[in-house]
Design a protein around this ligand. Structure first.
Ligand code: PMP
Length: 409
């Protein structure tokens, strides 16, 4: 059996871990035949606990940008670990890293480092409220900004008061954004936006420049802060904040996941205007100042600036999109490919909006058997460690799986 050890581990896990696994990493929510546990990762590949190898299109849900176990980045991490990591205070690397990130990201004049994406989005929310002492925060319906009380997508364990001052608007809809801002009146603290609409279970949408510009203008008119949550898409769209491609500069950006190619570090970057407010909020964490992930982030940054990693990822994503489009047409199967080529969401036929997606699950289960890790309802991630060969192997596998599915249909 392909997942024999995995199944045994899941049985043990169910006894000592709630639901056997928490969060969206619980594979019972995705295609049957998806392994839960892994023992090795290198470059673009993952090996499950049973020794099966996969070309990994999830990249750890984002952190892996340049390849798992990147030799140069991991060397910097390990060397720093052997000198000093978590300690009574930070290392000089913290200052250097803040200098380097603020050089790379146009809108940023300062940086605060933390560990998880949720740390950074929560600090962004608090900074926006501290800025003019206001309460209302605008968030796009369905957007994910983390897993704590003000933003978790699931209500269990929260109370309505946790989000009493959050007003929702429709992404890319200027009218709805204006209506939400009007509702906030003179109590508007900030507007949250994702670089593109990358909600789960639904087609992705690239940002309409008119929406991005209106969000900027509304914040200027009302002296509120514009926050772009770069945690998932950051560094995969641009070597700068993602909206810089449209000429829109936010006041705050939250970063995480790929900042150090998988080593644990996240950040809140901000403009001069927001610096005093960021200095007012109480922000700290036992592991936030650890040196090793900062050393890894410095090397990651250098590689981002010196290589064509981004152009290669876009090229690979385009090859995948074109190839799948051709296969779908040839096999008369409708494949919806949305989002940027390097962060595609791929859904079959009418699958949309809920987990009842027989065809999408069948497609991903089939690919899994053939050594390709695809996700049925979350955007995926192309890695700079992938090659044309990996894409070609994926397309071959997809063609065979879809051929079997059209026979079954
Ligand atoms: N914002 C976005 C857009 C994310 O994708 C995520 C993580 N999936 C977060 C915030 C939260 O990050 P973390 O899980 O590291 O707390």
């Amino acid at each position: 059996m392909r997942l024999e050890k995995d199944m045994k581990l899941r049985e043990r896990a169910a006894k000592v871990i709630p639901n056997g696994m928490y969060g969206h990493q619980n594979v019972s929510l995705i295609a049957p035949g998806t392994p839960q546990f892994f023992t090795r990762a290198e470059g673009a590949y993952l090996w499950d606990v049973d020794g099966n190898r996969y070309v990994d299109y999830m990249c750890g849900y984002g952190p892996q940008l340049l390849g798992y176990c990147h030799p140069e980045i991991d060397r910097a991490y390990c060397e720093q670990l052997s000198r000093i990591d978590v300690a009574t205070g930070p290392t000089p690397l913290m200052v250097e890293l803040a200098e380097k990130w603020t050089e790379l990201v146009t809108h940023a004049d300062w940086a605060m480092f933390c560990k998880n994406g949720t740390d950074a989005t929560t600090m962004a929310l608090m900074t926006a409220r501290a800025y003019r002492g206001r309460k209302k925060i605008l968030i796009a319906t369905g957007a994910y900004h983390g897993a704590t009380t003000w933003c978790t997508p699931f209500p269990d364990g929260t109370v309505p008061e946790d989000r009493a001052h959050i007003i929702h608007y429709e992404y890319n809809n200027v009218e709805s954004l204006e209506k939400a801002a009007e509702e906030a009146g003179d109590d508007l603290a900030g507007i949250f936006a994702s670089p593109f609409k990358h909600d789960v279970l639904t087609d992705q949408q690239l940002p309409d420049p008119a929406y991005a510009k209106r969000a900027r203008a509304l914040c200027d008119e009302k002296d509120a802060l514009l926050i772009v949550d770069e945690i998932r898409a950051g560094l995969r769209i641009a070597r700068d904040a993602s909206w810089s491609l449209m000429g829109v500069e936010p006041d705050l950006t939250s970063w995480g996941k790929s900042l150090a190619n998988g080593h644990p570090i996240s950040a809140l970057l901000g403009s001069e205007k927001a610096k005093a407010a960021a200095g007012k909020i109480y922000a700290t964490g036992s592991f936030w100042f650890a040196g090793a992930a900062m050393a890894a982030s410095l090397v990651t940054l250098k590689i981002l600036q010196e290589t064509d990693y981004l152009e290669r990822m876009i090229g690979l994503g385009t090859r995948l999109r074109t190839g799948l489009g051709e296969i779908g047409q040839r096999r008369s199967i409708s494949i919806r490919q949305t989002g940027p080529e390097q962060m595609p969401l791929i859904m079959l036929a009418d699958d949309q909006g809920n987990l009842d997606m027989q065809r999408g699950f069948a497609f991903c289960s089939g690919l899994m058997e053939k050594g390709v890790y695809f996700h049925p309802w979350h955007n995926m991630f192309i890695s700079a460690a992938m090659t044309d060969k990996d894409i070609d192997m994926t397309l071959e596998a997809a063609d065979r799986v879809l051929a079997d599915m059209s026979v079954d249909a």
